[in-house]
Design a protein around this ligand. Sequence first.
Ligand SMILES: *Cc1c(COP(=O)(O)O)cnc(C)c1O
Length: 367
Amino acid sequence: MISFLDLKKVNNQYETELKEACNRVIESGQYIAGSELDSFEVEFSSYCGTKYAVGVANGLDALSIVLRAWKEMGKIKAGDEVILSANTYIASVFAITDNDLTPVLVEPNDSTYNLDIQTIEKSITTKTKVILPVHLYGRISPMNEITLLAKKYNLLILEDSAQSHGASINGVKAGNFGHASGFSFYPSKNLGALGDAGAVTTNDKQLADIVRSLGNYGSYKKYENIYKGVNSRLDEIQAAMLRVKLNYLDKDTAIRKLIAKKYLDKIKNPLVRLPEKCSDENHVWHLFVVRCKNRQHFQEYLTNTGISSLIHYPIPPHKQQAYEEYRNIRLPITDKIHQEVLSLPINPSLNDEEVDIIISSINNYTI
Ligand SMILES: *Cc1c(COP(=O)(O)O)cnc(C)c1O
């Protein structure tokens, strides 16, 4: 069976360095807020091109704490509207509702799976305060256009970069377009820790300081609490693991791009719709998502030929029990996407032979 993602195989490539880094932390005696985190924040902000990166416990917290910080700064208030694409992973929506803000779920572009400026503009009201572009599957959103629109309407931009580490437009990377961005380093992400981890990137010093404080019980100075904060910290072991893996991120991304190119060039089956081609730098291929009208049949066929696949995602946020209040919104493009999408294996530990098997199996698929 060709596995979808074998994390042991991925991390085994860096086994010696990961173990050394882990030992370094054990020996240091400092397990929270030490030099590994300081160094990772410098290295990751430099990778993204931003002035600041602040480590937090996970990607959901990264997004949620930025919104909370903007509330503390008086930039937004409860009830304000945040525009995002309806086909995102539910964490993007939780970050909004956790802060008593109102998510405005809009249809994504049916080919890029990201927000388009036309649909955003139609959804702007007097209560709109934030646009939250999710760079879904690793493809960056049209950030130059979104930035112009945000300026026109005086809106904040919070990028959800959880799937798009290193994707760029004209050399500017994900995480460096918005007023802030949230990253996840969940183990299966393109830059994955060996546990939970996340970060906020921004060029705004005040925001970076407040985010750091909010994640540390709302305090700058021990035992003096300015905000009703939370505990959301990136620990030393995970920071050390991420420092090792950040060195290989571009190499791993290059492998993902090669596999994607092979799939795009060689998969030829009218029953299977491939992702839209785009500029090489725009997409880091966190997922390679195809569409099939009879997805269940196609997925069963792949399983029977020894190929694992996954669905990202089977149920859109507005159809989840957690969001019963949105059950009646009409989002036909989103609903259709969720019925048809299927993710093929694409990760740096997939070998050439496996890629060829996947291509020929799909080319042989019939109804
Ligand atoms: C993974 C992910 C998140 C959440 O990250 P966690 O680290 O799991 O909290 C948020 N948004 C998107 C688009 C994601 O893929």
